[in-house]
Design a binder for this molecule. Structure first.
Ligand SMILES: Cc1cc2nc3c(=O)[nH]c(=O)nc-3n(C[C@H](O)[C@H](O)[C@H](O)COP(=O)(O)O)c2cc1C
Length: 215
């Protein structure tokens, strides 16, 4: 089946403003926050959703996770430490993540390596989740084979009963990761596919250097 490319006429109806080295913030995190706020303003659906790629030996896999904060000069997401992505990360801590904000025609690519969020911060974040989500974290053996949905629902009900009128503690196998970036690319869609691409790369002195790429 051929995919009809005239969809792109609908796709590129956003403001194609110019993005240049001269107006890119010297701090890529500040630049990210500026674009993220724009994504919020233009009501991008799920603006915190990022595609996260991990690699175990020679096999690469991707999935979406939600950005939960920018802390310690890192991008934070939460997950199950027994999941496939976590197993990949144990093998290889290098990851890549990408955001696509269609309403403002912007893409942000991140490459870096991850380390685990400390237990205290994970506890604090877990405590902000809804009770049902907390129970869900206990009930789901993420990425492992599940016989059927009924099994999951009955596990959820058992855990709900177990924690009745009690505070729900964070499971040890549920926590977050900090992506410490070594490269962040900001991509602004422009007319005629002459898009703007500004890359920030950390040099050996851990200072950010900016350069422009061909689209
Ligand atoms: C919009 C959206 C947001 C998601 N957010 C998360 C998240 O923050 N953490 C997470 O572990 N999985 C999240 N998921 C589910 C993952 O995409 C994935 O199915 C799950 O983490 C298992 O991935 P793995 O088997 O590669 O480890 C999200 C999925 C979608 C579509």
């Amino acid at each position: 089946m051929k995919i009809k490319t005239n969809i792109s006429q609908i796709r590129f109806k956003y403001k194609k403003e110019s993005f240049d080295i001269s107006n890119a913030n010297s701090d890529p995190f500040k630049q990210f926050i500026k674009w993220f706020n724009e994504a919020l303003k233009f009501k991008v659906f799920e603006p915190t959703a990022m595609t996260l790629s991990t690699c175990k030996n020679t096999k690469v896999s991707s999935r979406i996770v939600l950005l939960k904060g920018i802390e310690k000069k890192s991008f934070v997401f939460y997950t199950n430490l027994n999941s496939r992505k976590s197993s990949d990360i144990k093998n290889n801590s290098n990851v890549a993540a990408v955001f696509w904000w269609p309403q403002i025609g912007k893409q942000v690519r991140i490459e870096g390596n991850v380390k685990k969020v400390n237990k205290k911060d994970a506890d604090i974040y877990f405590s902000t989740r809804s009770r049902k989500s907390q129970i869900g974290s206990w009930a789901s053996d993420q990425s492992n084979i599940l016989k059927n949905r009924k099994t999951l629902l009955s596990k959820f009900a058992i855990i709900e009963k177990r924690f009745e009128n009690k505070e729900i503690k964070r499971p040890n196998y549920w926590s977050g990761y900090l992506i410490n970036p070594i490269l962040i690319e900001f991509w602004q869609g422009r007319d005629n596919r002459l898009h703007d691409r500004i890359v920030y790369k950390k040099n050996n002195q851990k200072k950010w250097k900016k350069y422009r790429l061909n689209p």
